[in-house]
Ligand binder design. Structure first.
Ligand code: NCD
Ligand code: ZN
Length: 359
């Protein structure tokens, strides 16, 4: 049987829910799920309770990661309104600034009237990562052009949005973008079966749009899971929150795409490893790699995940390959389904010396 060695994924968009919602996921279960999925490092979003927007909330979250993470990590800073002075002060420690221009889970919605001011206050070196659904993408791109700031558009909502981002880039704007596995491997055809378990922001697309996304994949910089776990009870409740888990399924789904020749092995690692590190200006996790048993295809299970939420919207979907072994900092941290890392073994990702958008 063939075993392939690869660098492992750097997942540029996850919500590990600590602090504030550890009943959905916590740093330990979330980073353990990462390793099980062949993800050696995660970039964690700031829409916690309380949101990560100042020195105090930053310090508490960073020390919780230091104590309990088993994968490497970087943290985003958020902005909740009010004075912008925490932004330049915390910028050197954050992988980027995350702004929410449209309603989603959490309380970080930013009024458009403040956008230019917040952009101007952010000194980098990390980019401004933006949650924007179609209409606000244009505003974000205009503001980026006006202020000269580098922006990264998270979970691009549709192929048309991808085209407008690509054309802004052609005009010289420093803009990069990411697409999620749910927008590539699920569609509105799955919604009757999934119900609220198929609800997320931005929402799933019709199958023809999913097909277009695949055709336009050459314009995409990053594939990131947007791992956003909520409990079964919350999803089955009267106001289901948006978001689906993805840390343990992204690579096996993408391996199946490689096996089907929808993607090359080399391009895969550009999308999930090289570009995330380049865009966020980070050094690779030290002495890390994964081993993949190249076998399949098989259908993803409904159970058996390490994520605390315990379900997957991809149950029944085709996948390929099994993550057999994960090495991080030269230590075997995951092997044959067993987690071998101790809490706190995960390290903060270090900044690369120069942080340019492209080499
Ligand atoms: C995310 C969450 O639950 O934190 N939900 C989602 O649907 N993607 C928030 C987000 O990334 O928008
Ligand atoms: Zn998200």
């Amino acid at each position: 049987m063939e075993t392939l060695t690869a660098p492992g994924m750097v997942d540029a968009h996850v919500h590990l829910r600590e602090p504030g919602a550890a009943h959905k996921e916590d740093i330990w279960t979330g980073t353990a799920a990462a390793l099980a999925g062949g993800v050696v490092a995660v970039l964690d979003m700031p829409n916690n309770t309380p949101p990560i927007v100042d020195e105090e909330t930053w310090r508490r979250k960073a020390s919780a990661f230091r104590a309990r993470a088993v994968a490497d990590y970087g943290l985003f800073l958020g902005y909740a309104g009010g004075a912008v002075d925490p932004l330049p002060r915390l910028a050197p420690r954050a992988v980027g600034l995350k702004l929410y221009l449209d309603e989603t889970f959490g309380n970080l919605l930013l009024g458009r009237d403040r956008l230019a001011e917040v952009f101007a206050a952010w000194p980098g070196p990390g980019p401004i990562a933006i949650h924007a659904e179609s209409a606000s993408i244009r505003i974000a791109l205009e503001t980026a052009a006006g202020t000269g700031r580098r922006v990264h558009i998270c979970h691009v909502p549709s192929p048309d949005d991808l085209l407008s981002i690509a054309s802004a880039r052609e005009k010289g704007l420093e803009v990069t973008c990411e697409v999620t596995p749910h927008h590539l491997f699920l569609s509105t055809a799955d919604v009757p079966r999934l119900g609220a378990f198929g609800q997320m922001k931005p929402p799933l697309l019709p199958p023809a749009e999913v097909q277009r996304f695949w055709e336009l994949l050459g314009l995409v910089d990053i594939i990131a899971s947007d791992h956003a776990p909520h409990t079964r009870a919350e999803k089955e409740g009267p106001n289901p929150p948006p978001g689906v888990p993805g840390l343990e399924t992204t690579l096996p789904l993408l391996f199946w795409a490689v096996e089907q020749k929808r993607l090359t092995w080399e391009r895969l690692w550009e999308l999930v490893y090289t570009r995330p590190l380049e865009i966020y200006g980070l050094k690779p996790p030290a002495e890390a790699h994964i081993e993949v048993e190249w076998r399949g295809p098989y259908r993803l299970g409904a159970r058996g995940y390490r994520t605390k939420c315990g379900w997957s919207p991809y149950a029944g979907k085709m996948a390929y390959g099994f993550i057999r072994c994960v090495t991080l900092h030269r230590r075997t941290v995951f092997a044959e389904g067993r987690l071998l890392a101790q809490p706190g073994e995960g390290r903060p990702l270090q900044r690369a010396e120069s942080c340019s958008q492209r080499e």
